[in-house]
Design a protein around this ligand. Sequence first.
Ligand SMILES: [Fe+2]
Ligand SMILES: [Fe+2]
Length: 135
Amino acid sequence: MDLISWNPSFNVDVEVIDKQHQMLVKMINELHDSMLAGKDKDVLLEMINRLSAYAAFHFAREEHYFDIFGYPETELHKKQHSDFELKVSTFENDFTEGRQSLSIEIMNFLSDWLVGHIKGSDKKYAPFLKERGVK
Ligand SMILES: [Fe+2]
Ligand SMILES: [Fe+2]
């Protein structure tokens, strides 16, 4: 069973952003499945690396819109992204070095953070971007 099942309440109604969020959900679900299937560390590591790279790409897209349109909550939102990235990169290093393994706690952190961030902070910017013509 998927760790996160996509729910219409996750939509921010900006198509490009919703597609990227769906991709993040898919990547987290695939990582979760691979963990449960007992996949090798190098396979998991590659998936974690791809997930963090895709998250960085996605955050950059949101932040680009904030910067060009002068979104009032830019600083707070960027801080949430960078705090998440720091946690993920710390875990990535620990996992690579063998100090930590992939666990359900880590998976829950990733899924809870993503869903909470989408439904809270990301939904908040959606009307602002839509008013400025972002589709
Ligand atoms: Fe987002
Ligand atoms: Fe965001």
